[in-house]
Design a protein around this ligand. Sequence first.
Ligand SMILES: [Zn+2]
Length: 257
Amino acid sequence: MKNNNNNIISVLAVGAHPDDVEIMCAGTLALLKEKDCKIQIATITNGDLGSATLSKNELASIRKAEAAKSAKLLDADYYCLDNHDIFLTYDEPTLLKTIELIRKTKPDVVITQSRQDYMIDHEVTSKLVQTACFTAAIKNIKTESEPFDKIPYLYYMDALEGKDIYGVKIEPSMIADISETIEMKEEMLKCHDSQRSWLMLHNGIDEYVQSMKNFSAMRGKQIGKRYGEGFRQHLGSAYPQNNILKNILINQIVELN
Ligand SMILES: [Zn+2]
């Protein structure tokens, strides 16, 4: 699939932690890959706290390797901004790193965390990415790469369990039918073995993959399909307003209202 400049459409998915992208949008990324889009995956943190046995540095390098392995399944490059799990802050240094990520990866479409979610790292990631998309073109903001020439399309993934901190449901405005790519999504998620085994140790059951499938099945059911992933588009002033994801995945995406 080509953009207006006749270049391949480039999609960047940005999660807070290694595995968030896999849990919430890997099925859609796999569909976009099938449509010949270029896929890139990034995480704002290195997820260095998710272990009971490994040191932060050991875990960070394991998790980055797991994320890179998962990304490779879609021929995607993986970028990590190497901020620390839990301590993610909306501040100037972190914004500059996020702006540089947008400039370096030059995405037509960006997908990131829900603005409301169960964890602050996710909410801060959502804000960082929103601002980075908006400001990557500003010449007076200096980073290593040159300013980007446009504001990319911006989409938000579902929140974990599809609800906010009050337990109120967050409904997507569109759902992608990922029934054909659920196996790829599962394979990508299983690359995050450190998290799968940590949760198994923590909770006693292998619920890592199963809870992803249960939630995807719930979203799928809303559109009469086996599995789905929900999204909302950022439609604030200055951002692109047409639904490019729907244009690319015309047969898979159902708009809800
Ligand atoms: Zn996360």
